[in-house]
Design a protein around this ligand. Structure first.
Ligand code: HEC
Length: 131
């Protein structure tokens, strides 16, 4: 008799635990991770980066404010002609590149999306090619 009661208690406790777990886990599916760039996908400067420089940056960075981010000039401004050469792009330490860090702080914090920032970082990590 006594044994049975304990048995039921354990069963009831297990059932409650199970229900709570199900509730907790069912909430889990409403948690979204921020969008991530596919690490295997190659980022092209011309196709993936230049277009949002044109639409979001060149309005201000159109020659008067450095770097010049107009499509025809952005690669040179960021890589070939930059002084010092690592001013905007640092392939040895990509996360410290100004063209990347600038977009996470102050006046520039909300201009580019997470994916756009990740594309810039990936492009630098892959060697900042004129691709
Ligand atoms: C509303 C105008 C405006 C827009 C849009 C804008 N910028 Fe800027 N940006 C500036 C100004 C002004 C400065 C100089 C003052 C400063 O450093 O914040 C600057 C500075 C910078 C610098 C540092 C330059 C240096 O040599 O120190 C970088 C890098 C930069 N912008 C990148 C970008 C990128 C990339 C975008 C587009 C995603 C962008 N900016 C959009 C106005 C703008």
């Amino acid at each position: 008799m006594y044994q049975r009661k304990i048995g039921k208690g354990i069963l009831g406790f297990s059932a409650v635990t199970l229900m709570v777990s199900v509730l907790l886990f069912s909430c889990e599916k409403y948690v979204f991770d921020p969008p991530e760039l596919d690490p295997d996908e190659e980022v092209s400067f011309a196709n993936d980066i230049t277009p949002f420089f044109t639409s979001k940056c060149a309005g201000c960075h159109g020659g008067a404010i450095n770097p010049d981010l107009r499509a025809a000039n952005s690669f040179a401004a960021l890589v070939t002609d930059a002084t010092p050469a690592t001013r905007y792009v640092n392939t040895v330490s990509p996360e410290t590149s100004l063209i990347y860090t600038k977009l996470s702080a102050g006046s520039h914090a909300t201009i580019a999306t997470d994916i756009e920032k990740q594309k810039i970082l990936k492009w630098i990590q892959d060697g900042a090619q004129n691709n």
